[in-house]
Design a protein around this ligand. Sequence first.
Ligand SMILES: [Fe+2]
Length: 237
Amino acid sequence: MEIRQLFDPQSSTYSYLLWDAASREAALIDPVHGQVSRDIQLIRELGLNLIYTLETHVHADHVTGSGQLRETLNSIVLVHEDCGSKCADILLRDGDLIPLGSGKISIMHTPGHTLGDVSYLIPGVAFTGDTLLIRGCGRTDFQSGDPGTLYDSITRRLFTLPDDTIVYPGHDYSGRSYTTIGEEKAHNPRAGKGKSRDDFIAIMNGLRLDPPRHMHEALPSNLRCGIIDYGPGNLPR
Ligand SMILES: [Fe+2]
């Protein structure tokens, strides 16, 4: 399966275009509303047929492009059943398999950042959303986040993948593009080597982060696939 990593500089979000080279069937993980024109242009230039948009979770820091892509390209919106989505076409569960050309994308439910986080797996690669970031992880202080649950998702699920599995995260704020399971087991400062579940919970509960700037627009909008009436001249990015 082919992979193209795409970046939204405003929210530091990574989107991932996956496609099967022979059939040209494609899926787009975590599309961003303000980048839909770019993504449609790339999909057309590469001669792809966008079958799915896949959300790793309901985002608080940017508006999804999934609804706009569905309207333009007839793609299908998939999210985990615990996301509370009011607009998805298919609700996912742990262990589900999504066919894409001759390959399959498998679903690993990895909650903790939110209730409905999933990681998408293809051979040798994990798209981990905000569950596991490069030397970090998503916050756990809203959207039903729970640090103990996140620790278990990282250490009992993702860290059981082979060490050489490439990890493509949902964000990076320092210019890094990907990591591996082995690297994060060794060097993740929150959940890596030497960090217990209690250590992780104490770290996460002590973060005291400001809320995401666009949370109050992004959350209700994303429950409706990014399609919401903001009024003239006030469209979200
Ligand atoms: Fe998130």
